[in-house]
Design a protein. Structure first.
Length: 188
């Protein structure tokens, strides 16, 4: 299955979810994240502000905002800027996603963990994004722990085709499992 077919299949499945199902899944996914050593050891975490079809992140942000330093991405041309999360400084940005406002852009080297949204993941940590490459460009410049989160059906049994510029995640968390990936050399 190619990336576009994966996007279409997952999009159709997501459209069947109710708001209650999304919240319940998010609760379980973020509970599993909280229990990970990577989360416990990370102070500076890049999270995403969720789109309507993604695991909702607002409750998780609010729960931990006093104990962790969260950063959110902001679209800047073809790249993502990283800014500190402050609920009072959010505004609709590119793609109608709430983004942080201000000039206090952080360097990716400050980030210890990146929670990566994607359309789908495989068991090797490969991911299918929305197709614009924002996260691949960002993730290629960090050694931070890369954690993919999603619904159970977003973790595919079949291997996702990957390109040389694609950046895999180190862990995938869904509502029923947490998979730590040992990165192997890529097959060409």
């Amino acid at each position: 299955m190619n990336k576009e077919e994966i996007r279409n299949r997952v999009k159709a499945r997501k459209s069947l979810l109710t708001a209650a199902e999304k919240r319940a899944a998010a609760y379980e996914v973020f509970r599993r994240l909280e229990q990970s050593a990577a989360f416990a050891l990370s102070e500076n975490i890049l999270l995403y502000h969720s789109l309507p079809d993604e695991l909702p992140t607002r409750e998780f942000l609010d729960k931990w905002a006093e104990r962790k330093h969260f950063f959110l991405p902001r679209v800047n041309g073809v790249n993502l800027d990283i800014l500190p999360y402050d609920r009072s400084r959010m505004a609709l940005g590119a793609f109608q996603i709430e983004e942080p406002q201000g000039d206090d852009v952080a360097d990716i080297s400050q980030i210890e963990m990146v929670v990566v949204p994607a359309v789908a993941y495989d068991r090797r940590g490969n991911r299918v994004g929305r197709g614009k490459g924002y996260y691949d460009r960002l993730l290629s410049s960090t050694r931070a722990a890369k954690v993919g989160v999603g619904f159970d059906f977003q973790l595919l049994d079949e291997e996702i085709p990957s390109e040389p510029h694609d950046v895999a995640v180190d862990m995938v968390i869904t509502e029923s499992r947490r998979i730590v990936i040992r990165h192997l050399p890529r097959r060409r």
